[in-house]
Design a protein around this ligand. Structure first.
Ligand code: NAP
Length: 256
């Protein structure tokens, strides 16, 4: 018996088997959930191949969270496979690594900043609202952040986008709470994924974590983060919303 037995979960943002979304889909299936995954654009074919590596091959939906038509048709696409959703995972972020990350903070152009904020923060609202009609009996929305309460080396404008995401999750928690929909984030330590590898200077963060996290930190192990996401999707957090759960080996609690 798993903690997600009978739950129907959409995991948005799976490209490779290193994706946090992939690990989340795997753990969710192991815990009894029926899982759908999504991605967009040219990577969709990669996602379809990668989906075969999950314990049970899930349907792969096309969803660009910045495309209003994709958002509008999402409930119909989901209903081709399940009659509703109990949980939605937002595992999505993008910021142009050439202009916004790796020490480019003072030069980041607005057009690229706007794109990063739309894809990485505003889209939590877009995705949650698109899925709202599918969660008539309530549900759980979970997103992924990288602690945006402080400034980091290299993270630059993605840090600003994550601050937006963290705030967005609290306002969504306020407005969707009356529908019985919880909205929470998991704040993960640095993990070796496609998105992370694209950040120039990301190794600096990895080194800080391996030396300072009191529980230690394995940047190649997405499972603890995925387990926390699945716990928040489950019925074990019925009175928790607007929360950020740290899965970072305890790094955030240390002063030095
Ligand atoms: P990832 O595997 O690259 O996942 C990011 C996903 O976002 C990719 O599937 C990407 O698709 C998708 N995406 C980008 N733009 C999109 C759009 N417009 N519409 C729909 N999907 C879009 O990297 P990840 O590290 O697992 O990232 C997942 C989440 O965890 C992100 O929010 C990230 O910021 C967060 N996080 C990561 C770390 C870390 O160290 N890796 C730490 C804390 C939090 P494409 O591959 O096709 O672009």
């Amino acid at each position: 018996m798993g903690i997600l037995d009978g739950k129907r979960i959409l995991v948005a943002g799976v490209t490779m088997d290193t994706s946090i979304g992939f690990a989340t889909a795997r753990v969710a299936q192991e815990q009894g959930a029926t899982v759908l995954i999504s991605n967009f654009g040219r990577a969709l074919n990669i996602t379809k191949r990668i989906a075969k590596r999950l314990p049970s091959e899930p349907p792969v939906l096309e969803l660009d969270v910045t495309d209003p038509e994709h958002l509008e048709r999402l409930p119909a696409l989901v209903r081709e496979h399940v009659d509703g959703l109990d949980g939605v995972v937002h595992s999505i972020a993008y910021g142009n690594p050439e202009t916004l990350l790796g020490g480019k903070f003072l030069d980041g152009p607005w057009e690229d900043v706007a794109q990063a904020v739309q894809v990485s923060a505003y889209s939590l609202k877009s995705l949650a609202l698109a899925c709202r009609p599918l969660m008539a009996d309530g549900g759980s929305v979970v997103g992924l952040t990288f602690d945006a309460t402080v400034a980091w080396p290299a993270y630059d404008w993605m840090g600003v986008a994550k601050a937006g995401l963290e705030s967005c999750s609290r306002y969504l928690a306020r407005d969707l709470g009356p529908d019985g929909i919880r909205v929470n984030l998991v704040s993960a330590g640095p993990l070796k994924t496609l998105a992370a590898k694209a950040i120039p200077g990301f190794e600096e963060l990895e080194t800080m974590w391996t030396t300072r996290a009191p529980l230690g930190w394995d940047e190649s192990d997405q499972t603890p983060t995925a387990q926390a996401v699945c716990a928040l999707l489950s019925d074990f957090f019925p009175a928790t919303t607007g929360e950020i759960v740290h899965v970072d080996g305890g790094f955030h609690a240390m002063g030095a």
